[in-house]
Design a binder for this molecule. Structure first.
Ligand code: LCS
Length: 398
């Protein structure tokens, strides 16, 4: 294969991981096989002992998965990456590979609802202490660091409030305290085209590839990217033994197809979102818009520093009570009411009753997820049509 090391992002998103088989097929086939034949018992033994290259069984590796793993490693500027069955598979395999009973995790207080459930309801059952803090104030992290801290975990922008956390500042502070602490960043809201946390000091990146990486709303998938040793541990322990969260070859095929247009999609998601955010910002029915590209948004300066674009996600609050907010959302014609994000279709949801319904009332308040908060994943439709759909409904509220 062509040496891609010094090639641009667009070239790598298309060509990285592409290994032509004997037929010369342009696109990597779907290797629909659970197991792989050995030439002899001895060869099988050598492969299991890690002394010989080659595939063994598809829970440990498969050529369709290798292709997208190499693409994500290249795009995230990582030594290695491993594909998982879902974003939650990536997060849980990463954490099971990082902590044991008695260890501590410091996590952001604003997280995707199921990550929050894992942190507050799952890991503590196995003797892992998880402390949730507002990471916009570094002191909240530093005062909780102990010799038992193994992982510092956050998303930026955070789901669903779009709060921005300073990757460089957090990594420097944590690694100054102890370079062994693993800083894990969930890069789902951005994709590697928009932000590359490993180049900013993070140790591990996790993704729900269900979102922008695939981009077409037809797959559940995830990735973990980082140093080779750790990714091998996630593959051979976190996935093989602990979660079994292996990606299917068909999902890998769809991801390879989606990734070929990642840069173009992210450019358009971002330019559409900027237009929608400006419209919402100026509408009298809207109390507040949280979009990283708006100059009066609290996270704007840090976002400008660490994100190459401002992405397709935003949240906003209406000057209306919960029932009026729900009634307004229910009247939209083009925009679809759905969880998930990063698809071609514009999706809208109400975090307090949908994606973040796992949060306790106190934690909803701590994370600033109000009853009036609405989250919007701006799609790839004509921006004027997205705005017209919102305007027709918002105008009825003033
Ligand atoms: N991380 C983030 C930031 C997410 O938004 C999600 C899913 C996950 C991890 C988990 O990924 P999955 O296992 O679903 O591939 N977020 C969703 C959301 O906001 N609405 O529906 C799913």
């Amino acid at each position: 294969m062509h040496d891609l090391k010094n090639k641009g992002f667009a070239t790598r998103q298309i060509h990285a991981g592409s290994h032509r088989d004997a037929t010369g097929a342009l696109c990597t086939p779907i290797y629909a096989t659970s197991t792989f034949a050995f030439d002899s018992v001895e060869q099988g033994g050598a492969r299991f002992a890690g002394q010989a290259d080659g595939y063994i069984y598809s829970r440990l590796g498969n050529p369709s998965l290798t292709q997208v793993e190499e693409k994500i490693a290249s795009l995230e500027c990582a030594e290695d990456a491993v594909a998982t069955a879902s974003g939650m598979g990536a997060i849980s395999a990463t954490l099971w590979s990082s902590v044991e009973a008695g260890d501590e995790i410091i996590a952001s207080d604003t997280l995707y609802g199921c990550t929050y459930a894992l942190m507050t309801g799952g890991l503590p059952k196995f003797g892992v202490k998880v402390t949730l803090v507002d990471m916009t104030n570094l002191e909240n992290i530093s005062k909780n660091l102990t010799e038992k801290t193994k992982v510092v975990y956050f998303e930026t922008p955070c789901n669903p409030t779009l709060k921005i956390l300073d990757i460089v500042a957090i990594c420097n502070m944590v690694h100054d305290y102890n370079p062994e602490i693993r800083v894990v960043v969930d890069n789902t809201f951005n994709s590697p085209y928009v932000q590359r946390p490993l180049t900013l000091g993070a140790d591990v990146v996790v993704h729900s590839a269900t979102k922008y990486i695939n981009g077409h709303g037809d797959v559940i998938a995830g990735f973990v990217a980082g140093k080779k040793d750790f990714i091998t541990k996630v593959r051979m322990f976190g996935i093989k033994d602990m979660t079994g969260a292996v990606m299917s070859p068909f999902s890998a095929f769809l991801l390879a197809r989606g990734l070929k247009t990642l840069n173009i999609r992210m450019e358009r998601h971002s330019s559409n979102a900027m237009k929608v955010a400006r419209f919402l910002h100026d509408h009298p029915a809207v109390a507040k818009v949280s979009y990283p590209g708006l100059e009066d948004f609290e996270g704007y300066e840090i976002a400008k520093k660490q994100m190459d674009l401002f992405g397709g996600m935003m949240s906003f609050e209406l000057k209306a009570d919960r029932d009026a907010v729900a009634a307004a959302i229910n009247k939209l014609q083009l925009i679809t009411i759905a969880v998930s994000l990063g698809d071609a279709e514009t999706l809208i949801e109400h975090p307090a009753s949908m994606t973040h319904s796992t949060f306790s009332a106190e934690d909803l308040a701590a994370a600033d997820i109000s009853e009036g908060l609405v989250r919007l994943s701006v799609g790839l439709e004509d921006p004027d049509d997205i705005i017209a759909d919102l305007k027709a409904v918002l105008d009825t509220l003033v």
